[in-house]
Design a protein around this ligand. Structure first.
Ligand SMILES: Cc1cc2nc3c(=O)[nH]c(=O)nc-3n(C[C@H](O)[C@H](O)[C@H](O)COP(=O)(O)O)c2cc1C
Length: 453
């Protein structure tokens, strides 16, 4: 079955320079993050395999999903087909297959034998809390009412050998599930798995309705049922081929200071109050590799995009069928293109999207002739088409994210903006885009012209 190892092997075969092995011992404190930052500053995005990190017996692999090429390779398609492939997986989900055993339970540490300090103790940025973080943990929890399980990434700050904090953004599904346990007066059982094939990471980042089983999306993405095993100390299921699993529960009531932590925005925004995750069991493979994602680098930005774009495009098309495409390329911002049929349509899409997700803070709508993946074209459309008094929509008191450095409320309450950057259909003056006759354009043979020159 596809797992982290088979994926890295596939990358080594397809593009050997896309995997960088570092055999010397590196420090877990800042050095792994510094190496990845330095590579990214030089526009290099390899998977980095750190074979020796500090005192830990476990190697670290970082930046697994750091390029579109690798995401496409993971899903068996081209970069151009990525969005369609994601949509197909969401529309044709495949249920996981429960196995009796799996490599992730080759080694089992329970109760007093749990020691999170055997894991690489990674510290990232100078202004971060001086504690190690686990950044690539996918949390599985079960909704106590519907019985559906949910997957999502959550940063875990290690407190001691068997506890971490867990950061759960307000309004997202894990927070929603936690509140249900809270109102029933029960702690929330969770398991955190680390080290998976990118299809699993992309499936966990599906952002649809709470009753969708994200394991089924993972199955759809890899075109086969995901093998899962039951956890050793709770009833949750985890990928049989993962590298590590931490099993335990999030307690009610007590919250501790967490952070600061450098996030996907490129900023850290102070400390938060977070509940505690107590780990009852740690299981792993014999040859486990610890997966890592450096906050704010390209991988962190790229990974959520397929899931977000799929859902936002569905919502935009439901609001205005004339929506042609959509792009999430900078944090908290969505660019939408449409062949508008009347001047009210951009505002309808803006309204539908601003409320749809805490991570949507700005929506810019352009005409279909504008390439939404070209920031220069989008900025030009804003400059030339937008009339600030008529085409900019301000929405106050929205639920955004506290990770937004401009957010003034600790709960993430913020003001959102929509910009209609489409050309008005019935402007005061006739406006036409510059055009030379297409027939002439087609008839010009550029190579002949340049040769003659
Ligand atoms: C690397 C990475 C780390 C993340 N860390 C957190 C986190 O600490 N807390 C959080 O609430 N969301 C975090 N997210 C975002 C959620 O995983 C994401 O919004 C997810 O889709 C939410 O799932 P849901 O739709 O089931 O609510 C992270 C995403 C990535 C890619």
């Amino acid at each position: 079955m596809p797992d982290l190892f088979t994926f890295i092997d596939a990358v080594r075969r397809e593009k050997p320079r896309d995997v960088l092995d570092i055999h010397r011992t590196v420090s877990p404190k800042y050095e792994t993050a510094a190496i990845l930052t330095k590579l990214e500053q030089a526009s290099r995005f390899p998977i980095v395999f750190f074979h020796h990190v500090g005192q830990s017996a476990f190697p670290v692999v970082s930046n697994v999903c750091g390029t579109q090429f690798r995401l496409a390779l993971a899903l068996g398609c081209s970069i151009r087909e990525l969005r369609g492939r994601y949509a197909q997986a969401c529309e044709q989900p495949i249920q996981p297959e429960l196995k009796r055993e799996g490599p992730v339970q080759e080694q089992v540490f329970i109760g007093k034998d749990v020691n999170l300090e055997i894991l690489p103790q990674l510290v990232y940025h100078e202004d971060d809390a001086p504690r190690p973080y686990i950044t690539a943990a996918i949390i599985v929890a079960r909704d106590p009412e519907t019985g559906k399980s949910n997957l999502s990434f959550h940063r875990l700050m290690m407190l001691n050998e068997n506890t971490t904090t867990i950061f759960m953004a307000r309004g997202k599904h894990l927070d929603h599930i936690y509140r249900k346990y809270e109102s029933a007066g029960e702690s929330m059982p969770i398991s955190a798995f680390i080290g998976v094939h990118p299809a699993c990471s992309l499936g966990a980042l599906y952002t649809g309705t709470a009753d969708t089983e994200e394991y089924d999306i993972v199955g759809g993405l890899q075109r086969s049922p995901l093998p899962v095993v039951k956890c050793v100390t709770n009833d949750l299921h985890v990928p049989a081929e993962a590298q590590f699993v931490l099993e335990g529960f999030v307690s009610l009531g007590k919250q501790v200071e967490e952070g600061p932590f450098g996030e996907f925005t490129g900023y850290s925004t102070g400390t938060a109050r977070c509940p505690i995750f107590t780990v009852n069991a740690l299981t792993c493979r014999y040859n486990a590799v610890f997966q890592d994602i450096v906050g704010g680098l390209m991988e962190h930005l790229l990974l959520p995009i397929p899931g977000m774009e799929y859902r936002l495009l569905t919502l935009a098309r439901a609001a205005v069928p004339a929506t042609t495409t959509l792009k999430v390329s900078v944090p908290l911002t969505v660019f939408v293109a449409m062949k508008k049929q009347d001047d009210s349509q951009p505002e309808r899409v803006i309204k539908a999207l601003l409320d749809s997700d805490i991570y949507v803070k700005q929506v810019v709508v352009v005409d279909a002739s504008v390439d939404v993946s070209d920031l220069r074209q989008v900025a030009t459309a804003i400059a030339l088409h937008t009339r600030a008094d008529k085409d900019i929509f301000i929405k106050r008191r929205c639920l955004g994210t506290e990770l937004d450095p401009s957010c003034e409320s600790p709960e993430g309450c913020t003001t959102k903006t929509g910009i209609d950057a489409t050309l008005p259909l019935n402007g005061m003056r006739p406006v036409n885009k510059n055009r030379v006759p297409q027939q002439l354009l087609d008839s010009i043979d550029l190579s002949e012209l340049l040769q003659a020159d």
